[in-house]
Design a protein around this ligand. Sequence first.
Ligand code: CUK
Ligand code: CUA
Length: 652
Amino acid sequence: MRDRKLYRVGIPLAVVAGAFLLAMSCADGGGQVSGDVGDIAQARGLSQADVTAALKTYVPTGKMDEYLLFSSAGHGGQVLVIGVPSMRLLKVIGVFTPEPWQGWGYGAEDTHLVLAEGEMNNRPITWADTHHPALSETDGDYDGQYLFINDKANPRIAVIDLRDFETKQIVTDPLMASNHGGAFVTPNTEYVIEAAQYAAPLDGSYAPLSEYEEKYRGAITFWKFDRDAGRLDLDQTFVIELPPYWQDLSDAGKGPSFGWAFLNSFCSEMATGGIESGNPPFEAGCSANDMDYLAIVNWQAAAEVAAQPGKTVQIQGRRVIPIQTAVEEGLLYFAPEPKSPHGADVTPDGTQIIVSGKLDPHATIYSWEKIQQAIANQDFSGTDDFGIPILNFDAIIDGQVELGLGPLHTQFAGNGVAFTSLFLEPSVVKWNYEQMQVIEKLPVHYNVGHLAAAEGDTKSPDGNYLVSLNKWSLDRFTPVGPLLPQNFQLIDVAGPQMQLLYDSPIGIGEPHYAQMIKADKLNVWQTYPEIGFDPRRMAPAEDPAMPGEERIERRGNEVHVYMTAIRSHFTPEHIEVNQGDNVVIHLTNVEQALDATHGFAVDKHNINVSIEPGESQVIRFTADQAGVFPYYCTEFCSALHLEMVGYLLVKP
Ligand code: CUK
Ligand code: CUA
């Protein structure tokens, strides 16, 4: 209602006048409105709320955003970096999918090596269904060093270094058929957590669905992160076998619950579908029971158990703690959770876990203290079919709060305040989990999935900005065909009432989750630290081209070209080889000036490399076609950029 109240000249004028000085000098014509702020607002039909929203989001030229939002790009396979509060898209990071502007997967050998790590069953996989980015943490706070993201479709995790915003590693999880409960990190990024979604045999073998309960399994993988190396360490990674329920989302305990992880599941009915054979369809079979399970996992103790001989089995080269061992060692408990839950979120102080039921209007608040007591007292209501003890529901909850229809994901603002997405309403509900009270609801547009709050997964959320990641945008944007963009809505949550500030269309993939970090926590490199630097190893390159040492060397049928790039030429400018030669170009951008990036494209060879100041890359290809092929710089780097060119001459 207050959104639509027409702007009135008066009270806010003094406030807005300064910021709109530029607008006042708008040129006439072209549909532009000139005049003072009040006139502009009136002519554009802006309400008072619209004008305050504009003032809260507008970031003038030369000024920078306060936060960075790292968002999954969904099945776009990449990571989006968005400034907050402006909601400007700053970068699309090439992750699982080739990205030509960054030269990600178009000839630079390093990028192909990283992408090749993501092959599964010897098949290159160049798309991903990215869901959950996770910023690295130190002592429960985002530290701005690394970002991890999962691929649901092809169970993988990627590691991005936030010094240069490039993907450094992709690991595959051969045990899982699909994943979902990742990436989530423990409070010091000891581990990156990933959980299987749809159950399947862990050894990758065939088993008919009639053997579902015997042969199909879930799993939770704890990827060990080696921070010094900036890589996930497969040797220290371990897996805990889980029943063939569908694992949903994980969160790591912190503070008093440090050392534990929480993972909710659905389809504990173990339905196997088959509507075409007269069976209940998955959607009915998987929501028949009133309760599913929240898995409560002691990862600290599990790491010790995994290190003991005889306590694990090797499956597809991974150390797996069997369910029975996990139960015997006290690593795994279940808590009942109502009803087809989605989302498990640990409160900032680590004392409670909030779980929403997709088909239940309530959020359930679990008490970590009560869970510990129930475990100590063996206060179990039974075990599941696989012998996992089920904690007595009534003994471990602090309560349930009716939030609304289709509650999904919860984010935090501190002081007991939480925000939960209501998919079906669709709204964001602000509530207090300590007082167990709903405070306010704000409609969003439309069908909200995750929410991302400023520093929202840390032990001290900032409580000012919230982004609602909406799946449908319906009538919010100028039509662009039947495939509509997603809609990120920025919400000011600092005041007593939430205010919707800005709609940001996301025209690449369907993002699921995002995390928002204070921009000044990052320590971003402006250029590579020295000339001849290898971004994949984050170290000086082994055999870079260096200025003054450019040359062409023939080694058998391999032709090594040591080439430098500087405004506005490549050296050398002529490369002549014989048809069938293997060409290896060692290419270094010898610039040290900020933003002096050069591109390197070889026509008709599917090669386009981006070399940022200082970077060195190796480009390998076979000159299998005789002919004349210009190579040129694809970044408009200088007035003589068009002259930044050379000829590859391939003699028959
Ligand atoms: S999920 Cu997509 S809206 Cu993969 Cu986190 Cu809930
Ligand atoms: Cu270098 Cu254009």
